[in-house]
Write a protein that binds this ligand. Structure first.
Ligand code: ATP
Length: 812
């Protein structure tokens, strides 16, 4: 076994003694190396290969897979290996600059503490403990090969001092912050002098290809050529070919060009999804649904009135062509959209902005922020009630502080315990709040603004997430949901994204999907296609009226991803019935049939018996007990040599023992149980014959499984058999009792989600639901288009154009 390990490690260029040594000389203590997941070890190898080539790269693993940990482990390895740098006069780690959002500064510090405690790490931010002159701090850290952690704003603020020095590494966490190529912060960061540039982000592409260009312009300056050339030869054909009404030629060209781009960036982009590494990290299930909520009557009235207002009329009158040329028009339109979004969230936010005085002291339903005024809040209220009962803990995200304030009032009134983090929370206390929520289970809800709480932080204390309002940028919402579903989470996670059906929010969600598909085209599969047209101006300023027959527009577009709750429940019932019927291929031995007949007779007797003293199951147990007692008595009669002989025989028949154990169990169980056991047994034989399993281990496992099942069964039977009482509550009939128990014991999984959705559909104004992942993943289709010569020529041309426009941007 050991040999196998060594040889496979050697084939991967790894040598294992006490240290793990990679080709090229990077080392880590084996104990340290083994703490990393396998894909993280691969990450270290990739970082090392970039280092050796003195190129930068983008670590784009999905959120929560340990990008921070991989970076720190790699820096630690550089130091441990005493790697000599050709760029500076030092051995091991050189001065390193880490740039991250303010909220995660202290998370970085903690990770350094855990994974590289010897490093000298300083915080360049007012929340750090260094209160002296920051220029001195920068100088000192740089001189002593330390690590300086700062924020994006910090880089702008201390740009002058930072540019005075050479840095060994610069690492951008949540590096998509430099996606705007012309933003001040992007320009400043690209000026920092260093040979090694790494960018970390779980969302490498958020809105468009120009953003991706900007990220690679930092990590690998010049690789994607000049921006204009890139846009002309890559962006435009990919966008054109992605439209639903694209010609076959445009589609083929887009595919070729997207493939060429993917190939070009692949060596410098390492991205693993949670699905890909699931076997290593064993994350619990995640279910994510988009709920389409109805507006309240009050909201609907306001929404319609506003659509007919002077303001909207003036926008529609001027036409969309003004968008690019007229800033005033653009600002006006965005303002109108913002107002519609406010009505969708809570009408009082809209009215307050329009100058209406809030009635906060009032106890009536007219009071400011009363939850029933908003359709989505009614849904939130229902969800919180159910989840609190089921002891789930919740992250509640909203875009704006106004909505967070309304939620605070609501949570207080309804006696939920909660914590809150938004832009007003001082940076220094953010990590404490996060720890508090994760550790103290008495908090039901963590209220967060998407921008502050959605980026980089670990909030695995929660297993339920509500994203109350959508952002234009799909990554903002995805980032938020990933706070709970990450390494460290051990419960299944359910996420609900709420949308007001028929409104601007639905358009925003469609836009999100469009952007997500474009991103998948480059990062995952160039064959990803786009399913619908983008919205025009009139489309944005419209309202789809509710009707029992009409599904929300988005659920119609993504018909296949609709959550069909009623069908699912029916299906489940049907399956339950068919589960009890024996599969055709199972064949029983004569002996087993006799045993089952015996059991059937006993069951029949017990059913017809006038004295319902014992249930059939209790009878089975009783019989088993008597059988065991009899065996024990027989054993007592044996002499010591006879006992020894018996043991020897047992030892020689391990396989049979294992099987007999199953047989023993069979005699004491029901008909359907016998079938299950028969199946287990045949699988068992097969595996034993193929020597795939260790018999001893298997035996132990089977015994344990049987014991557990037995325990569970006894518990269930007793609960049900006490005639109608379940958990102390009187219920009408057995089926109902069973159903209730199933619901209560069924931890989230899909059935519990179905139960919740069913409730919401029936009374809480949810008019449709989509399975988000199915919308995104269902968009890769087998493209059997003939890739024409013309398309490949276009792709070649694009690459040539990029090569030509490449300029040497090397800075050191
Ligand atoms: N090998 C490991 N062993 C134990 N815990 C780990 C390991 N790798 C990562 N973790 C834990 O997983 C969690 C997520 O890690 P980390 O914050 O590095 O993820 P990330 O990819 O940077 O996430 P994000 O993109 O959201 O910033 C952290 O709590 C971290 O301590």
């Amino acid at each position: 076994m050991e040999e196998e390990n060594t040889s496979s490690a050697q084939s991967e260029g790894i040598e294992i003694v006490d240290d793990v040594k990679l080709q090229g000389g990077l080392k880590l203590p084996a104990l340290y190396w083994n703490k990393l997941y396998r894909y993280q070890q691969k990450g270290i190898k990739w970082l090392w290969s970039l280092h050796q080539k003195s190129t930068g790269g983008l670590l784009g693993d999905e959120m929560g897979l340990g990008k921070t940990v991989q970076i720190i482990a790699f820096l630690y390895a550089l130091d441990y290996s005493r790697v000599h740098s050709p760029f500076g006069n030092f051995v091991g780690i050189g001065p390193t600059l880490i740039v991250c959002p303010a909220t995660v500064i202290h998370q970085w510090i903690r990770h350094f503490h855990d994974w590289a405690p010897e490093f000298r790490v300083a915080v360049l931010h007012q929340s750090g403990c260094f209160q002296g002159n920051k220029a001195d701090l920068i100088k000192d850290i740089n001189k002593n090969n330390g690590i300086l952690v700062s924020t994006y704003l910090g880089i702008l603020k201390y740009k002058g001092n930072l540019l005075d020095h050479h840095w060994y590494y610069i690492i951008l966490d949540e590096g998509h912050k430099i996606r705007n190529a012309t933003a001040k912060i992007t320009v400043a960061i690209k000026q920092i002098r260093t040979p090694h540039k790494l960018l970390l982000t779980g969302s490498p592409m958020q809105n468009n290809l120009q953003e991706l260009w900007s990220l690679f312009d930092f990590t690998n300056p010049g690789m994607l050529g000049e921006m204009n050339t890139f846009m002309e030869h890559f962006n435009n054909p990919i966008i054109q070919g992605g439209f639903a009404n694209a010609t076959p030629m445009q589609e083929a060209t887009a595919l070729s060009v997207a493939t060429a781009l993917k190939n070009m960036i692949s060596p410098f982009l390492l991205r693993r999804t949670k699905a890909e590494v699931q076997e290593h990290i064993e994350l619990p299930n995640k279910s994510e649904q988009v709920l389409f909520c109805s507006l309240s009557d009050y909201q609907r009235r306001l929404y319609k009135d506003y659509l007919m207002s002077e303001h909207v009329n003036s926008i529609l009158g001027r036409g969309v062509k003004k968008w690019n040329s007229d800033n005033y028009f653009r600002a006006n339109m965005l303002m109108a959209i913002t107002r519609l979004r406010k009505i969708c969230n809570h009408p009082d936010i809209f009215l307050y902005d329009e100058g209406e005085e809030p009635r906060e002291e009032d106890e009536s339903e007219e009071r400011f922020g009363f939850y029933k005024k908003s359709g989505k809040m009614v849904v939130v209220s229902a969800l919180l009630k159910i989840w609190k009962k089921q002891k789930h803990r919740i992250l509640l995200f909203s875009q704006g502080r106004a909505m967070i304030r309304i939620f605070e009032q609501f949570l207080g009134e309804q006696n939920y315990t909660y914590l809150k983090m938004d832009g007003t929370t001082p940076i220094g206390s953010r990590q404490k709040l996060i720890d508090k929520f994760n550790q103290d289970e008495t908090y039901d809800v963590f209220l967060l603004t998407t921008k502050v709480g959605g980026l980089g932080v670990n909030l695995t204390g929660a297993d339920r997430v509500i994203i109350y309002d959508p952002d234009w940028n799909p990554a903002t919402d995805t980032q938020a949901r990933e706070r709970a579903w990450r390494i460290g989470q051990n419960k299944p996670v359910t996420i609900y994204r709420l949308l007001s059906a028929g409104t601007i929010e639905e358009k925003m969600y469609q836009r999100q999907i469009w952007k997500q598909l474009l991103s998948n085209k480059i990062l995952l599969d160039p064959k990803t296609h786009r399913a619908f047209k983008s919205s025009d101006l009139f489309d944005l300023f419209s309202l789809q009226e509710p009707s029992e027959q009409i599904n929300p527009e988005t659920t119609n577009i993504f018909h296949d991803s609709r959550v069909k709750i009623q069908e699912r429940l029916l299906e489940k019932k049907k399956n339950k019935k068919t589960d009890d019927t024996p599969p055709q291929e199972v064949v029983f031995s004569e002996d087993k049939i006799q045993k089952m007949k015996l059991l059937a007779q006993q069951l029949a007797k017990s059913i017809t018996s006038k004295e319902p003293k014992k249930t059939p199951y209790q009878m089975e147990l009783e019989e088993e007990r008597l059988e065991k007692k009899k065996k024990k008595e027989e054993l007592k009669k044996l002499s010591i040599p006879e006992l020894l002989q018996l043991n020897r025989e047992k030892a020689n028949q391990k396989v049979d023992d294992t099987i007999n154990k199953v047989d023993d169990h069979e005699t004491s169980c029901s008909f359907s149980k016998a079938l299950e056991v028969a199946e287990t047994k045949s699988n068992l034989y097969r595996k034993i014959v193929e020597k795939k399993i260790d018999v001893k281990q298997l035996k132990e496992k089977i015994e344990k499984d049987i014991e557990n099942k037995e325990k569970k069964k006894v518990k269930e039977k007793i609960v049900i058999d006490k005639s109608g009482k379940v958990d102390g509550e009187k219920v009408e009939g057995l089926v109902k009792a069973e159903k209730k128990k199933t619901k209560a014991s069924c931890e989230p999984g899909s059935s519990n989600d179905d139960f919740i959705l069913n409730k919401l559909f029936s009374s809480k104004g949810v008019s449709g639901a989509l399975e988000h992942d199915s919308v995104i993943n269902g968009s890769v289709r087998q493209n059997n288009l003939r890739i024409s010569t013309h398309a490949s020529e276009k792709a070649d041309k694009a690459i040539q154009a990029i090569k030509k426009s490449r300029i040497d941007k090397w800075r050191w």
